[in-house]
Design a protein around this ligand. Structure first.
Ligand SMILES: [Zn+2]
Length: 240
């Protein structure tokens, strides 16, 4: 049975720790606090060439990892709100006082069909709406599309990941027309994704945008993989 349906017919449990839910919230207060921690600059080590300055709200481990996977892989769409809240915090700290244009990293076609939604695009739209509600100029440009099939990044080394996503993205409309100047002028461009692991996906997405004349100084994610987890392979199940 789908998790979304179970959410409707059973009292929800916290998607982070499994504790019985109170008042129907998808995550308990403790896990929400872990997710909405202090955003920090957490760059992969070593950062791939061209990686924008990379900020994240939380460390990708434990309850945070469970929440991301439940949202992305198990269809618990109610988690979009707390996850997008974390993303909005990371964007706000990364961008300082500046208006922002959020560009989501596109999900792979196969992943889209399997999940029935583009999880990162949804997070970007929600995060932008939270920022606007707080009086912060924020918009979303779905500027990137996948130009070819990309293998699941799970289990790949840093070098393999970089090769896997090389040339994977195209700037929408850029083949025949330049990116409209208007959106690049609307604020600082912030690439957004759910998790950063080696940074290969974000670096490649930034490269594609720069090729279309768009400056990409910043990236923000819900969570960042710790270096030792990356080495031990806990980042399996995550694409980038
Ligand atoms: Zn919890």
């Amino acid at each position: 049975m789908s998790t979304a349906l179970l959410d409707l017919v059973l009292p929800p449990r916290c998607a982070g720790c499994g504790a019985p839910g109170a008042s129907g919230a998808p995550v308990c207060p403790r896990c929400a606090a872990e997710l909405h921690g202090e955003p920090e600059r957490r760059a992969p080590e070593p950062p791939p060439p061209g990686l924008p300055e990379c900020w994240s709200a939380a460390v990708y481990a434990g309850a945070v990892r469970e929440m991301v996977l439940s949202y992305k892989e198990r269809g618990r769409t109610a988690l979009a709100r707390p996850l997008a809240g974390a993303l909005a915090l990371a964007v706000a700290v990364a961008a300082g006082e500046r208006p922002v244009v959020l560009v989501p990293v596109p999900s792979a076609g196969a992943a889209l069909r399997r999940r029935g939604h583009d999880p990162v695009h949804r997070l970007a739209e929600l995060a932008a709406s939270y920022l606007r509600a707080a009086g912060w100029p924020a918009s979303v440009e779905r500027a990137l599309t996948q130009r070819r099939r990309v293998a699941d990044q799970a289990g790949l080394s840093s070098l393999q990941r970089a090769a896997n996503v090389s040339g994977a993205f195209r700037v929408a409309g850029a083949r025949n027309a330049p990116v409209p100047r208007s959106w690049g002028d609307a604020g600082v461009v912030v690439l957004v994704d759910d998790v950063v692991t080696t940074g290969a996906t974000l670096a490649e997405a930034a490269r594609a945008l720069r090729g279309a004349g768009v400056a990409v100084p910043l990236a923000a994610t819900v969570a960042a993989t710790r270096r030792r987890d990356r080495i031990s392979g806990i980042s399996r199940c995550h694409p980038g």
